[in-house]
Design a protein around this ligand. Structure first.
Ligand SMILES: [Mn+2]
Length: 249
């Protein structure tokens, strides 16, 4: 049986549509997973929403937190910075709950772009609400590439001996980059796994979890890159172990 991979979606509250870039589905599908789209739910953790989230969590073998808009800073006890982007309340609530529950019961979680930020906030860390405004004095390189989305624009250094290093087999990786936010203080259970040349955190992971990795770049736009597809392969493989073990119905 193929492992079921829940992929979170965006919600356009003006057009009343759910949306997801197809690369996420394509990456999971190519690596032998069964993609299952999870929309934002219209309620908060305290009400019926968390029951639905629990129901979803018990039907998936892996959780992919996709890219998208900014997480509301209230979830790390800050007020909105003047340079914050669009915020999606229902998406925040749904994903924070999904992430916390998945981590708690040991389901593989892979976070991409917004996903690494969401994961870090869900587990007690925080982020720069805007890199330029809050870290502009730190010699930043360009993190919003004026180039095609599939193009590796800046390098990242992968930490030697990390899970990410083990998966990729390299310490130097060329990544695409479109983010104005980034992890600032990693959550207690997350370790830094990759950084950009300017020190911006580009990947985090947890060594005591079956698979808990977040990356700041967009591997779903670089599926033809042999390194990027390895990330999807490793994630689906980890979900496959949960599936085979029958830990989930
Ligand atoms: Mn970057």
């Amino acid at each position: 049986m193929k492992p079921v991979i829940g992929i979170t979606c965006d919600y356009d509250w003006e057009k009343h549509t759910f949306q997801l870039k197809s690369g996420y589905v394509e990456g999971i599908y190519r690596c032998g997973g069964m993609p299952f789209l999870i929309p934002p739910l219209f309620s908060d953790e305290a009400s019926n929403g968390s029951n639905i989230v629990t129901g979803i969590i018990h039907r998936i073998h892996g959780l992919l937190l996709s890219g998208g808009q900014d997480v509301h800073p209230r979830y790390f006890q800050e007020q909105p910075h003047i340079s914050i982007g669009r915020v999606n309340p229902f998406r925040d609530q749904t994903e924070l709950s999904l992430c916390r529950q998945a981590v708690k019961i040991g389901i593989p979680v892979f976070g991409i772009c917004r996903g690494i930020q969401l994961m870090n906030i869900a587990l007690g860390g925080d982020i720069y609400q805007d890199l330029m405004a809050q870290a502009g004095d730190k010699g930043l390189i360009c993190h919003d590439q004026p180039a095609p989305k599939w193009f590796g624009f800046h390098n990242v250094h992968i930490k030697e001996g990390s899970r990410l290093h083990h998966i990729l087999g390299t310490t130097k990786l060329s990544t695409n980059t479109f983010h104005h936010q980034a992890v600032r203080r990693p959550a207690p259970q997350l370790e830094i796994a990759a950084t950009a040349p300017d020190g911006v955190i580009e990947a985090v992971e947890c060594s005591s979890h079956p698979f808990l990795i977040g990356v700041q770049w967009h591997p779903e736009c670089m599926l033809e890159d042999p390194y990027m597809i390895k990330l999807f392969q490793a994630f689906v493989e980890a979900a496959g172990k949960i599936c085979d073990a029958g830990n989930q119905p």
